[in-house]
Every structure is written in C-alpha cells, then in structure tokens.
Design a protein around this ligand. Structure first.
Ligand SMILES: [Fe+2]
Length: 511
C-alpha cells in the first residue's frame, strides 16, 4: 500500500510517460539493394532547379520502422568541410511524401558553388555540391544533356562519367524512369530487374520504381556533383503519353488515366530534386549568355498524336496555347543563346526510305505540323537568332540544321534556309536500333537517312552516352560522348563527334 502511494506520487511529480509506440518494420521492395554503409541515406543526395539566389536540395531518409515523422537537419556551406555554414534548419519528413526531403534554399549568392548535407536518425548524409546560376556575363557555360535512362538496359555509366565533368547543370530531357514490368523492355541478361516487377500504375508503384533507379551508383554520383534541371517525357507516366491518355494505358486494365498520371506526378516530384509548381514547363536565366527554356511536350497541352501523316496536317497542339505563348515570350529574351529543352525531335525527318510504312514519326513534332509552323513563323518574323534545340526521346545522337522547308528553300551547302540548330542526345541506356538488328544494317540505315535528309549532318543510332553542350559568346559546341559498355559499372568513354555553330549562323561545322 505504501509502495503504491509512492508510485502514484512519482507519477504525479514526473508525469505519466506514455507507452512506447511501436511501428511495423518498413518493408521496401528494393531494400535488398541497399548499401548498408549509406544508412539511412541509401539514395544519396541531389540538387536541382538552380536560380541566382536559390537551389533545391534533396535526400531520402529510410527508417527501419514505419515511423510517422522523422526530424531532418540540413546545412549549406561554402566549403566542403562545412566550416562556413551559410544556411541551416530542421524540418521533418513523413510517409505522406515517402520520407523524401526537399528544401528550396534561398538567400544564396549568384554563380557560386555550395556544399550541402543532411542529418537524421543519428547519421550524416554524403556531401553534395551544387551551383547557383550567373546573372551577368560569362565566358562559357557547360551543360551535360541526357535522356532515356532505363534500369534493365544497363548501368547508368554516362551519369557516373558526368559526375567527373565540370558542368553548370545537368539537363535531363525525359524518360528518367520507365514504367514497364520486368523483361518487357530491357536486357535482363545484365542482371538488373525492375522493381516492382510489373507495369507500374499506383503511387506506391511509381515510388518504388524511382527508389530503385536512385540506387544506381552512377546516378547517385552525378546527383551529388551537379544541379539537375529535369523535364519529363512520356515514360515518367506511360509510353506515348498525351494530356488525356497514353498508348501504353488501357483503362480496362489500368484504370483511370488521370489517377495514374497524378500518382506518377506525385512520385516524380517527391523523388526528383526540382521545384514543385502547377506548371512543369519553366525557364532558367544563365545571365547574358543563355536562356534555358524547358518545354513540357506531354502532359500540359498535347493532343492525341495523329494516326496518319494526312491527319498530321490538321490543327493539333503539342504545347497548348498558354505554353506556346509563354515560349514566344521567352524567345524574346535578350540572352544570346536561346536553348530549348525539347523532348521529341523538332526538325523535319523523312523516314520513307527506311520505314516505308511510317514515313514520319507522328509522336514527334512531325505529327504536329500546324503548331510547328507557328513556332517557325514566330522565329522568322521576330528574327530570333542563336537558337539551339537539345532533344531526347529518340535513343540516337543527332546534329541537325533546322530548316524552314527542306525541299524548297534549304541549301545544304550554304545552310541558307535554316534558322536554328538541333542537337539530339542519345540514350543513357535505352535501346538503339542495333539492339534489335545488326550494327552493319543500322550503319546502312543511318547512311540512307542522311542522304534523304540533307539538313541532318550527323546521326548515330548505335551508341549510348550523353552530350556536352558548351556555350561561348562566339559559338556553341556539342560534344558527343559514348560509353564503352553498359553491362557493368564502367566509366570508360570515347568522344566520337564534335559539332560547332558560330554565333549568328546555322551551319554545323564538324570537327
Ligand atoms: Fe526513351
């Protein structure tokens, strides 16, 4: 009795401690691939969408148990030892955002390197490095340009190589993930298998797929080294997506398209280190030297692609009216180079000689001729110069003089009749044509295409890698790097091609 009184007194004095809450162990489909040395920051760190005074920093904290909330501290410094911390704070992450962490760090200085890290669950993350954009003049800018990174087709060796380069930002033009089930689109002999193993549809499916991709060491290295400026293409949702459906979406099997799209978008914004807003298209000023214009050619305003080349003549929108007007405003920028982050190829490409049944790629701008014509007209009427399209989607490397009318007004010797250049980045891993037929036959197809399209100056449909785009006051330079292998982590690469265009000209000079 005396003991019980003492116990009640103690409770009164010290408060009644609640029972320790218990939570189920967090079961993650990809946990077998985690590197225990990185716990709980298995997915590394990343940054993106740099502006002169701010940049997004990102990580993911993976707890052992499914806790409702995790406190995360972050620090940004001007040195990698963190002796000069310029910004820091604490926030929390929750299962509602899949334990990802995203901070828009403001109040930074322009054109400056910063280092950042996170602390949570008694551990410190790897250190990331990022860079804000310039406001004044620069002697040069360099971007790594990538697209089409498919887990099952191989290791992201291009990303690993880019981590070692000195670039201002990495431009990802889409197909950052693919939606397919295992073995459906890939080379499983490499030993990389999709998780979940089926076609992704739900929010949890998309989260798991993003989580899987970010366990690639090359992707982690690139993310920690440079800010990312990403735009989605179709496979972030499903193949050949347009604003109200997709070729690879069957409502009877996969349910409502808009529910799937919203799940894909939520997971994308949770896992990709970019700024969240209701518009995915956005532009970035790099001072007097460049304006970067990232277009959304899928979810914003794209009508369903035409079924035939005849239908491609009809009024049909790729961007939607609002984005089109926004593009026109951005093209009036006083910056010297206007760089368009473009998903599908803008130039006219005549495929008749190699694909008689598909003379044009109707999922590209060749299926949206009226809107393409409006853009050409605006550029010519407003005498907009020094435009560079950088393009993904095709899994091939291209160098093209963008012509107003290839057959009627373009002169392949002088480049008269061209009004811009287009550099296509090959895939990080997704199949070229020589994954499906012999390399010799692909080389022959390339030759035939070049002969039938005199404005296309360079084409490689056999290699994987990335593009380095350097902008200088007097010229733009595209360097095409290809990886030796995708079958194991390996950074060996070769520089296959260099193309240059001088300021005020449209002629691609081959080096
Ligand atoms: Fe792709």
């Amino acid at each position: 009795m005396r003991n019980l009184s003492a116990f009640i007194l103690l409770l009164f004095v010290f408060g009644c401690s609640p029972e320790k809450e218990t939570y189920p162990v967090l079961k993650e489909a990809v946990s077998g691939l985690y590197d225990p040395a990185l716990a709980p920051f298995y997915h590394g760190v990343a940054s993106g969408d740099p502006l002169p005074d701010r940049v997004i920093i990102w990580t993911r904290v993976t707890p052992i148990d499914s806790v409702p909330r995790i406190a995360v501290a972050w620090e940004v410094a001007t040195d990698k030892e963190f002796s000069s911390i310029v910004k820091s704070d604490t926030l929390s992450t929750t299962p509602a955002r899949d334990y990802t962490v995203k901070v828009d760090v403001t109040g930074l200085a322009a054109d400056t390197y910063y280092f950042y890290r996170f602390k949570a669950l008694n551990a410190t993350s790897p250190t990331g490095r990022t860079k804000t954009t310039p406001t004044g003049s620069r002697d040069s800018l360099m971007f790594a340009v990538v697209s089409c990174s498919n887990w099952e087709f191989g290791y992201f060796n291009a990303y690993a190589s880019i981590a070692d380069k000195h670039v201002d930002a990495v431009l990802h033009l889409g197909d950052y993930i693919y939606e397919y089930g295992t073995g459906r689109y890939g080379d499983t002999t490499i030993g990389r298998f999709n998780l979940p193993p089926y076609e992704i549809v739900s929010l949890q499916d998309y989260r798991t797929r993003h989580s899987l991709y970010r366990l690639d060491a090359g992707l982690r290295a690139m993310s920690a080294a440079h800010p990312l400026i990403a735009i989605w293409d179709d496979h972030e949702v499903a193949n050949n997506t347009y604003k109200s459906g997709a070729q690879n979406h069957q409502p009877d099997k996969e349910g409502d398209f808009f529910a799937r799209r919203d799940a894909a978008k939520k997971a994308y914004y949770e896992w990709i280190p970019i700024r969240e807003s209701d518009k995915h298209y956005r532009s970035f000023s790099f001072g007097q030297l460049a304006q970067l214009i990232m277009l959304d050619e899928r979810l914003e305003g794209r009508d369903e692609p035409p079924a035939t080349p005849e239908e491609a003549q009809q009024q049909r929108s790729m961007l939607g009216e609002e984005q089109l007007q926004w593009l026109f405003e951005n093209l009036k920028s006083q910056a010297q180079w206007k760089v368009i982050g473009n998903q599908v190829i803008f130039s006219d490409v005549d495929l008749r000689a190699v694909y008689p049944k598909s003379p044009r790629n109707l999922d590209s701008w060749d299926g949206y001729l009226s809107e393409k014509g409006q853009i050409k007209k605006f550029i010519l009427e407003n005498k907009i110069k020094d435009m560079v399209f950088v393009t993904g989607d095709t899994h091939a490397a291209w160098g093209i003089e963008v012509a107003t009318d290839v057959a009627k007004t373009y002169n392949p010797k002088t480049s008269a009749g061209a009004f811009a250049v287009e550099f296509g980045a090959t895939s990080v891993t997704s199949a070229n044509d020589n994954e499906y037929r012999s390399t010799d036959s692909v080389k022959m197809m390339e030759k035939v295409l070049l002969t039938n399209n005199p404005h296309i100056k360079y084409l490689n449909d056999r290699d994987h890698g990335y593009l380095l785009l350097t902008l200088k006051p007097d010229k733009a330079i595209a360097k095409y790097y290809f990886m030796e292998t995708l079958r194991q982590p390996d950074k060996r690469e070769r520089l296959e091609k260099t193309l240059e265009v001088k300021r005020g000209e449209y002629k691609l000079n081959q080096k």
